[in-house]
Design a protein around this ligand. Structure first.
Ligand code: SF4
Ligand code: SF4
Length: 327
C-alpha cells in the first residue's frame, strides 16, 4: 500500500520541459454522436467545430516531414469529420502509425457505412471507450442505450481480426472512473475486463488503458455543481507522484485543434492554454515543421495533477504499475 503525504493546497504543479516530439494528436472537431457526462471536450451532436480540408492538408504536409511517427486522431467523434478517411489513408501511405479514438457507437451511425472495414484495411489502431463491462455503469456515464451498440461494435471489430492474436490489428479499451475517484490499478482491471467481456459477450481486446478524469469541461462542471471540485483537485494533489513527471504525454506530444492551433495536450486545448513559444501568442500546424520544441516549457496548471496522481494517466493509460492507491 502506498503512503500518501498530503500535497499542500497552495503548491503549484512543478515545471515540465519538452523532449523529442513523437506524436501529433489531432482533434478533428467537437461534434459527437454522444454527450457523455465526463466528456473533457464537451462534445455533443450540436457542436459544429470541424477541421477544414485546408487544415487537414497542413497536417499531412507536417506528417510528410517525418518529424513524428504517430498520428493520434480524436474529437468529438473524429470519424464524423468529412475528411477523416482521406486523412487516414494519406497518413498510412506516408508510413505513419494512425490511432483512432473511437467511441464504438459511431460504427452503427447511418453515415458511417464501411467504417470498421476501412479501419481494418488501413490497419488503424483503435482506442475505444468502455468505462465498464456492466451495462448500467456504461449507460450511466455515456448515455442510455450506449452499451448495446458498443458491444455489437466490439463483436464486429473482433470478426475483422481486431483484438485477435497474430492479426496485428490492435484494439485497446479505455476505462475512466464513473465518478470523482481515482481509477483502480490498470493491470488488475485489465484482467477483470478480459475475463468478464469474454465470458459475457465473447469479446476480446489487446490492452486496457486506465484514464483519470481531469477536472475540466463537462466533468469539471459536474464537480462544481455538486460542490466537489476543490475536494477532487485535492484528491489528485494528495496522490501526486513525482516519478510520473518523467512520462507525462505532453513531453513528447503536441495537440492540434480544429483550427490548426497547437497546444501541449488535448486538455490544454480545452482550457485554451496555448503552447508557450517565445514572442508568440499562438502557433499553427503550418509553422510546426520549421520549429523545434525541445527544451520548451510546458503550460501547466492544477488540472495537470490528474496526469500525475497514483499510477499516472496519459493517452496510453497508466504511466506505471502500482498497487491499489488509497486516498
Ligand atoms: S467522451 Fe468521447 S464519446 Fe463521449 S461525448 Fe466526449 S468525445 Fe463523444
Ligand atoms: S494536463 Fe496536459 S500539460 Fe498538464 S501534465 Fe497532463 S498532459 Fe501535461
Amino acid at each position: 500500500m502506498l503512503t500518501i503525504t498530503p500535497f499542500p493546497q497552495n503548491k503549484a504543479f512543478p515545471p515540465l520541459i519538452r523532449t523529442d516530439l513523437q506524436t501529433l494528436q489531432v482533434n478533428l472537431g467537437y461534434r459527437c454522436n454522444q454527450s457523455c457526462r465526463h466528456c473533457h471536450v464537451g462534445a455533443s451532436p450540436h457542436r459544429t467545430e470541424e477541421m477544414s480540408a485546408r487544415t487537414v492538408e497542413e497536417v499531412l504536409a507536417f506528417l510528410g516531414n517525418g518529424k513524428v511517427t504517430t498520428l493520434d486522431l480524436t474529437g468529438g467523434a473524429p470519424e464524423l469529420n468529412p475528411h477523416f478517411r482521406y486523412l487516414v489513408a494519406q497518413a498510412r501511405g506516408l508510413g505513419v502509425r494512425v490511432i483512432d479514438r473511437c467511441n464504438l457507437t459511431i460504427l452503427e451511425e447511418k453515415t458511417q457505412i464501411g467504417l470498421a472495414e476501412f479501419l481494418a484495411e488501413h490497419r488503424v489502431e483503435i482506442v475505444a471507450s468502455l468505462p465498464c463491462y456492466l451495462e448500467e455503469n456504461v449507460d450511466g456515464q455515456r448515455g442510455k442505450g450506449v452499451f448495446g451498440p458498443s458491444i455489437r461494435a466490439l463483436t464486429r471489430l473482433n470478426a475483422l481480426g481486431y483484438g485477435q492474436a497474430e492479426t496485428g490489428l490492435t484494439l485497446n479499451l479505455v476505462y475512466n472512473p464513473t465518478g470523482s475517484f481515482l481509477p483502480p490499478p490498470q493491470q488488475q482491471l485489465e484482467g477483470d475486463y478480459k475475463r468478464e467481456l469474454a465470458a459475457r459477450y465473447g469479446v476480446a481486446f489487446n490492452n486496457l488503458y486506465v484514464f483519470t478524469n481531469l477536472p475540466i469541461a463537462r466533468f469539471g462542471q459536474l464537480l462544481r455543481s455538486s460542490g466537489k471540485w476543490e475536494s477532487y483537485v485535492q484528491l489528485l494533489k494528495n496522490a501526486f507522484r513525482s516519478e510520473n513527471l518523467e512520462q507525462v504525454m505532453c513531453r513528447s506530444l503536441v495537440s492540434v485543434d480544429w483550427r490548426g492551433r497547437i497546444y501541449d495536450c488535448d486538455f490544454n486545448q480545452m482550457l485554451n492554454l496555448p503552447i508557450r513559444v517565445p514572442d508568440r501568442e499562438r502557433i499553427y500546424i503550418g509553422e510546426l515543421a520549421d520549429m523545434s520544441l525541445v527544451g520548451n516549457r510546458i503550460t501547466v496548471a492544477d488540472h495537470c495533477f490528474g496526469c500525475t496522481a497514483g499510477q499516472g494517466s496519459s493517452c496510453a493509460g497508466a504511466l506505471r504499475e502500482v498497487g491499489r492507491v488509497k486516498v
